[in-house]
Write a protein that binds this ligand. Structure first.
Ligand code: FES
Ligand code: FES
Length: 160
């Protein structure tokens, strides 16, 4: 059954009409035009669809969008822009942290959640936080190096 769904995405109020069972990923991609989060497994197992929900790294492929009214949703599009990239995006580019890039939208928001909660993560903590994000290209070492570099720069920016 169709219903009106109101979400807060990347700081903006967004309203659209969709079936009440529409997943958050479907809503983002097909109703709101935000194509960064990707469909991988559809079963909350790979992280390709990950977004931030109230600051936590969460899969969007199975949760119903209508259940998220009033929650703050941030997608990869909310991290930075080509003119003003997030330090994570800059570090990933510099380290060439990825090959096909399919996993990266999810990994980047997951890394943001980690650094926001823990500005100085160890290599083990980075690995643990991102462990549920699958990267079939095997770019793990460069991804971890990029996250560490971004965290270091973000600490330097705020004098930590
Ligand atoms: S597509 Fe959502 S976790 Fe794999
Ligand atoms: S860069 Fe291809 S799946 Fe991660």
């Amino acid at each position: 059954m169709l219903r009106e769904i109101r979400l807060t995405v990347n700081g903006k109020a967004r309203t659209f009409e969709a079936d009440e069972t529409t997943t958050l990923l479907d809503a983002l991609r097909n109703h709101l035009g935000l194509m960064g989060a990707r469909y991988g497994c559809g079963a909350e197992q790979c992280g390709a669809c990950s977004v931030l929900i109230d600051g936590e790294d969460k899969p969007s492929c199975a949760i119903e969008a209508g259940a998220l009214e009033g929650r703050a949703i941030v997608t990869i599009e909310g991290l930075g822009t080509p003119d003003h990239p997030h330090p994570l995006q800059t570090a990933f580019l510099e380290k060439q942290a990825g090959q096909c890039g399919y996993c990266l939208a999810g990994i980047l928001v997951g890394a943001k959640a980690l650094i926001d909660a823990n500005p100085d993560p160890s290599r083990a903590e980075i690995a643990e936080a991102l462990s549920w994000h699958l990267c079939r290209c095997g770019a793990h070492n460069r991804i971890m190096a990029a996250v560490a570099l971004a965290a270091e720069r973000m600490r330097a920016e705020v004098g930590r």
